[in-house]
Design a protein around this ligand. Structure first.
Ligand code: IPM
Ligand code: MG
Length: 367
C-alpha cells in the first residue's frame, strides 16, 4: 500500500518525537511491504516565525491532499514566549484549532490505558492500579466554547469578556454516533459527560445522545455530570469504557485521564472526520522546558502513528506490531524519565528519546 503522510513536527519537543515515530513507521512499512512518503510542513510557533501566522493555506492544502497527518506538538511557554504577545488569533494554538476546523475533524479519540508494566508510575492507590483501566475519551473537537463567538470589550465602563458555548443537534448527533460505533468494538458501554444540571447546551446534548442510543440497544448508556466524572476518574477509573463529551470537558478530562496512566507521555490521539482521513498527535503538549534535551518520551507519538495505521489505512496488524513493541520495551524495563516518577528508578533502564525510538524499532516484528 502507498501511504502519503503530511507531517507537522511543530514546536518544542515536536520535531524530536516525530523523528522517532517516523523511524518506527519506516521499519513497519519496510517489514510489511508498504511504501510511505512524508511531506513536512510548518504549523504553530515555527510557522509564525517563518510566515507571520500559525497556519498557512499551504499547510491546510498539504494536510488536505494527504491520506493522513502526523503531528508532533505546537506552542511555547505562555509566560515567556513572544508568540503569546501576539493577538490570540495569531498565536500557535490558533493554528491547530484552524486546521481542526478546516478539515472538519470533529471526533477526537483519546484512549487512556494503564499498561500493567507502568503500575508503579500510576499515582492512584495500589488497589486501583492493580485493577487497571482501559477507556477511550471521545471528545467533540470542532464546536462548543472553542468555536463559539467571543469578544472582549468595555461594557458599562468595565472590560467584559464573553465566550459562547454553542452546540447544534447535528454536531452532537455525529459525535454520539462515533461513540456508539466505537463502543460496539469495545466493552459496549458509553458514559456521556455533561453539565445538564446547569447548561442548556448539556440538556440538548443529553436529549440527542438518548435519541442516537435508540439505534444501539446493545450498548449501555449512562450520563454523568462533569464534576462527578473528574472525581470518578481518580476514584474508580475501571468503570469507564467510552467517555463521550463536548470539546472543553474533553480537553480537561483527557489530561486527567492521561496522568493516571503514569505519564502524559504515553497517550496518543486521533482526530477524525467522516472519511478515513485523520490527524494523529500525542495528547500532550510541546513541553518547551525539555525541548532539545533528548529526554522527551516519544511513545505517545509512536502510538499515534499506530492509530493512524489502524484508522486511516485499516492496517490492523501493522498497528498491533507497534503496540506490541511498546509493551515489549516497557516489559524489558526501559523508561524515559517521565515514566520513572517515584518508582524505584534503580530497577529500570533510563533512556532518552532517540534511544527509546531505537529500542522500539528493534522490537517491530511481523506478527
Ligand atoms: C489539546 C490541546 C489543545 C486543545 C490546545 C493546544 C489548543 O490542549 O489538544 O488538548 O485545547 O484542544
Ligand atoms: Mg488539552
Amino acid at each position: 500500500m502507498k501511504l502519503n503522510i503530511t507531517v507537522i513536527p511543530g514546536d518544542g519537543i515536536g520535531p524530536e518525537i516525530i523523528a522517532e515515530a517516523k523511524k518506527v513507521l519506516d521499519k513497519v512499512c519496510d517489514l510489511y511491504g508498504h511504501e510511505i512518503s512524508y511531506k513536512e510542513v510548518l504549523m504553530g510557533g515555527c510557522s509564525i516565525d517563518a510566515y507571520g501566522k500559525p497556519l498557512t493555506d499551504e499547510t491546510i492544502e498539504a494536510a488536505r491532499s494527504a491520506d493522513a497527518v502526523l503531528m508532533g506538538s505546537i506552542g511555547g511557554n505562555t509566560q515567556t514566549s513572544p508568540w503569546y504577545k501576539l493577538e490570540p488569533h495569531l498565536r500557535p494554538e490558533a493554528g491547530l484549532l484552524g486546521l481542526r476546523k478546516a478539515l472538519s475533524l470533529f471526533a477526537n479519540l483519546r484512549p487512556a490505558y494503564l499498561y500493567p508494566e507502568l503500575k508503579e508510575a500510576c499515582p492512584l492507590k495500589e488497589e486501583m492500579a492493580d485493577r487497571g483501566f482501559d477507556m477511550l475519551i471521545m471528545r467533540e473537537l470542532t464546536g462548543g466554547l472553542y468555536f463559539g463567538e467571543r469578544s472582549t470589550k468595555e461594557v458599562d465602563g468595565e472590560m467584559t469578556a464573553v465566550d459562547t458555548l454553542i452546540y447544534k443537534e447535528s454536531e452532537i448527533r455525529r459525535i454520539a454516533i462515533k461513540a456508539f460505533e466505537v463502543a460496539r468494538k469495545r466493552r459496549k458501554s458509553v458514559i456521556s459527560v455533561d453539565k445538564a444540571n446547569v447548561l442548556d447546551s448539556s440538556r440538548l446534548w443529553r436529549k440527542v445522545v438518548e435519541e442516537v442510543r435508540k439505534d444501539y440497544p446493545d450498548v449501555e448508556l449512562s450520563h454523568m455530570l462533569v464534576d462527578n466524572c473528574a472525581m470518578q476518574l481518580v476514584r474508580d477509573p475501571a468503570q469507564f469504557d467510552v467517555v463521550l463529551t463536548e470539546n472543553m470537558f474533553g480537553d480537561i478530562l483527557s489530561d486527567e485521564a492521561s496522568m493516571i496512566t503514569g505519564s502524559i507521555g504515553m497517550l496518543p490521539s486521533a482526530s477524525l472526520n467522516d472519511s478515513s482521513f485523520g490527524l494523529y498527535e500525542p495528547s500532550h503538549g510541546s513541553a518547551p522546558d525539555i525541548a532539545g534535551k533528548d529526554i522527551a518520551n516519544p511513545i505517545a507519538t509512536v502510538l499515534s502513528a499506530a492509530m493512524m495505521l489502524r484508522y486511516s489505512f485499516n492496517l490492523d496488524k501493522e498497528a498491533d506490531s507497534i503496540e506490541e513493541a511498546v509493551r515489549q520495551v516497557l516489559r524489558d524495563g526501559y523508561r524515559t524519565v517521565d515514566l520513572l516518577g517515584a518508582a524505584d528508578a534503580g530497577s529500570f533502564k533510563k533512556v532518552g528519546c532517540k534511544e527509546m525510538g531505537d529500542l522500539l524499532v528493534e522490537r517491530i516484528a511481523v506478527l
